[in-house]
Design a protein around this ligand. Structure first.
Ligand code: AVJ
Length: 320
């Protein structure tokens, strides 16, 4: 075992504990819904990594280019000796760019909801960064949580890339930013935010020709079958992801292609033909609308970076 790698530490009850309750509750609602954080079991995390490579999915590529281009400036803003805390760390690819530029980082603390996936990817990172203190945390950052202090604590800098903030309704997004601000003990936050743009381009990013996003969406049903013994017929649901231009968001659904009954934990759920199951929102912001929300959450927006085509933005927010 690598000595720079701390043992996986669980800081909130994770999604596995509540998946059954959530699905039972969500299927009993009208309209039916399951929250998007349940996409990310190990299989879903890997499908998401495939999405990031798709030609239509400009977000990851654009954000990585922004990080590379501005890494020096970002490292200077973070300052030396910081603990970098990443919310929803996923594949740990993006943080490498920050770690390579950072001035003598005190530690890297990735927090992710998928413990299985995190324990895999963190081992690879530990091998590549032998001098770095790595402290993986398993938890659900949509719940109130405490990030335990290091033995010798230092200033924190938050990292929240990928426009994950977009998966929250604006009120919840602001509440989340507030909680992150308090978790960071006065440190700044680097956050990636997808921008409002041509609806055709947005639509294509969530309706890729290879059908990976459809598989990702349907993994929710596959996961319910695997973990909860549900009997969803994956071919009897269609991936549907329209852009709601008035609300500035992509909405993702699984639409029942016929009248059918799904059984789960001894309970039966009826789907009408054409009935949607809501699985995700992905809100888009303008630079100004995001900065305004950050202000309301108690941050002072400082630097902001965007690409020439204004597809994506990175914001450096300071606590005030
Ligand atoms: C990057 C997690 C925010 O909303 O774009 C990708 C997830 N959903 N394709 C996004 C996602 C469908 C995604 N996040």
């Amino acid at each position: 075992m690598d000595t720079n790698l701390a043992r996986l530490q669980r800081i909130t009850p994770t999604e596995a504990d509540s998946f059954a309750d959530t699905v039972l509750d969500g299927l009993a609602r009208s309209p039916k819904e399951i929250a998007c954080k349940y996409f990310y079991d190990e299989a879903g995390s890997r499908l998401f990594d495939q999405i990031c490579e798709l030609p239509e999915y400009y977000q990851t590529r654009t954000e990585v280019a922004l990080l590379k281009r501005h890494a020096g400036e970002i490292a200077a803003l973070m300052g030396s000796g910081v603990e970098i805390v990443e919310f929803g760390a996923g594949s740990l690819r993006k943080v490498r760019i920050l770690l390579d530029a950072a001035h003598n980082p005190r530690a890297y603390t990735p927090l992710d909801i998928s413990g299985d996936y995190l324990s895999d990817v963190v081992r690879v990172l530990a091998a590549d960064y032998p001098a770095l203190t790595l402290r993986p945390l398993v938890g659900d950052f949509t719940r109130p949580l405490e990030i335990p202090a290091l033995s010798t604590p230092s200033r924190r800098a938050g990292f929240f890339p990928g426009s994950t903030i977009g998966n929250f309704k604006p009120d919840a997004a602001m509440a989340l930013l507030r909680r992150m601000r308090s978790n960071l003990n006065g440190g700044g936050l680097l956050v990636g935010v997808d921008l409002v743009k041509d609806p055709v381009r947005l639509h294509a990013a969530y309706n890729d020709a290879a059908g990976v996003t459809a598989l990702f969406n349907k993994n929710l049903l596959a996961r319910a079958n695997r973990e909860l013994g549900a009997d969803f017929d994956l071919d009897a649901f269609a991936h549907y992801a329209p852009y709601n231009a008035a609300a500035h968001r992509i909405e993702m659904y699984l639409v029942s292609l016929k009248r059918q009954t799904v059984t789960l934990a001894g309970r039966h759920f009826e789907f009408a033909q054409g009935e949607p199951l809501h699985t995700e929102d992905s809100h888009k912001y303008t630079i100004e609308s995001f900065r305004e929300m950050a202000c309301r959450a108690g941050f002072s927006p400082r630097a902001v970076w965007t690409d020439e085509d204004r597809l994506f933005s990175m914001h450096w927010l300071e606590s005030r």
